[in-house]
Design a protein around this ligand. Structure first.
Ligand code: F6P
Length: 359
């Protein structure tokens, strides 16, 4: 029997368990055994290798759970692995050997662009048969229109905006909500439109605080007692400085630009303003139906690729189809928000301030 492995790597998100479940169910059709590897490449580094044989019973019902039953790590690059003494060590050889110790014929890695690039490097060096599945709330993986997890994060963000709007109206306030997205503004632009925001700031488009405030004051003058502002985490200050919060141990914690924008709005407009950082809520929760669908489609397609002997590729969603794209192509094409695309045009059409675009 063929033995295949599956691991989830990088930040968790909605829909990961739908991928795992689909892989196990599809593998049964080919009489393949599936090993769920614990905590991404850390499980392959462990001795004995930490992996669990997954059968259909084990994955029954998991598609509605948040997170990943396999566990994951976000800062575990085996080429620069953080050691207890604070140093970084190259432990890639141990990870590569872990695959062979498990006797795998192929591996499915579910990850974002960073994880997929690392897994590809391991696969090439270690002679692994590898298939990638794109997942990330940031939706920034190249060559696919959607990655698993984005839609769940979007749903959480829109629900939060709906709730913030009531309190904003009740108190005649400006509410600023900072969302995740790493270097891209996909969650911000989509949630901002769907949640009815009046200002949406994304890293792909520059802005001026003067025009952010003008928008809010114009609304007040027209009799609107509240405004909703959505800010993507990678937006910089008006002068271009990044804002990060670092603690006394030098660890960079999440969140910050929302406070800056909110404070500037409060000072410049005199309108009472409150800030909320949505943070890791976007990663968890019940996976949305669309993420379950995408996860299922990708899981089935990944096993089909293995059965056909097609490796070094990633499953992708393009034009309502699941296709296989070369992994090298996918990891090389970072995908931010298209400034001339439909979403930015829609926001402008709704008279939302999205920054300073060329006329
Ligand atoms: O890539 C997913 C993501 O949630 C980003 O949106 C965010 O910047 C980052 O991970 C947070 O990472 P961590 O969970 O390690 O704080």
């Amino acid at each position: 029997r063929k033995r295949i492995g599956i691991l989830t790597s990088g930040g968790d998100c909605g829909g990961l368990n739908a991928v795992t479940r689909a892989v196990v169910r599809r593998a049964r059709d080919y009489d393949m055994e599936v090993f769920g590897i614990k905590d991404a490449t850390v499980g392959l580094m462990a001795r004995p290798v930490e992996a669990e044989l997954l059968d259909v019973k084990r994955v029954s019902g998991i598609l509605r759970y948040g997170g990943t039953i396999l566990g994951t790590v976000n800062k575990g690059n085996p080429f620069a692995f953080p050691m207890p003494d604070g140093s970084l060590a190259d432990r890639s050889a141990e990870v590569i050997e872990g695959y062979h110790r498990l006797g795998l014929d192929a591996l499915i890695g579910v990850g974002g662009d960073g994880s997929l690039a690392i897994l590809r490097k391991l696969a090439l060096q270690g002679n692994w048969n590898f298939v990638g599945v794109p997942k990330t709330i940031d939706n920034d993986v190249g060559a696919t229109e959607y990655s698993v997890g984005f839609n769940t994060a979007l749903s959480v963000a829109v629900e939060a905006l709906d709730q913030l709007t009531y309190t904003a109206i009740s108190h005649s306030r400006v509410m600023v909500m900072e969302v995740m997205g790493r270097d891209a503004g996909h969650i911000a632009i989509s949630a901002g439109i769907a949640g009815g925001a009046h200002v949406i700031l994304i890293p792909e488009i520059p802005y001026t605080l003067e025009n952010v405030c003008k928008k809010i004051i114009d609304r007040k003058e027209r009799g609107n007692n509240f405004s909703i502002v959505v800010v993507a985490e990678a937006v910089k200050t008006e002068s271009g400085a990044p804002i990060t919060y670092t603690n006394s141990l030098g660890q960079c914690l999440y969140g910050g630009i929302g406070q800056y924008i909110g404070n500037e709005i409060a000072l410049r407009t005199g309108i009472e303003t409150r800030v909320m950082i949505l943070g890791h809520l976007q990663r968890g929760g019940t996976p949305s139906p669309l993420d379950r669908l995408l996860g299922a489609a990708f899981g089935v397609a990944a096993v089909d690729l293995i059965a056909r002997g097609q490796f070094d590729c990633m499953v992708a969603w393009q034009n309502r189809r699941v296709v296989a794209v070369p992994l090298a192509e996918a990891v090389a094409q970072y995908r931010g928000v298209e400034v001339d695309g439909a979403l930015v045009a829609t926001a402008i059409g709704l008279n939302t301030y999205v920054g300073e675009l060329d006329p």
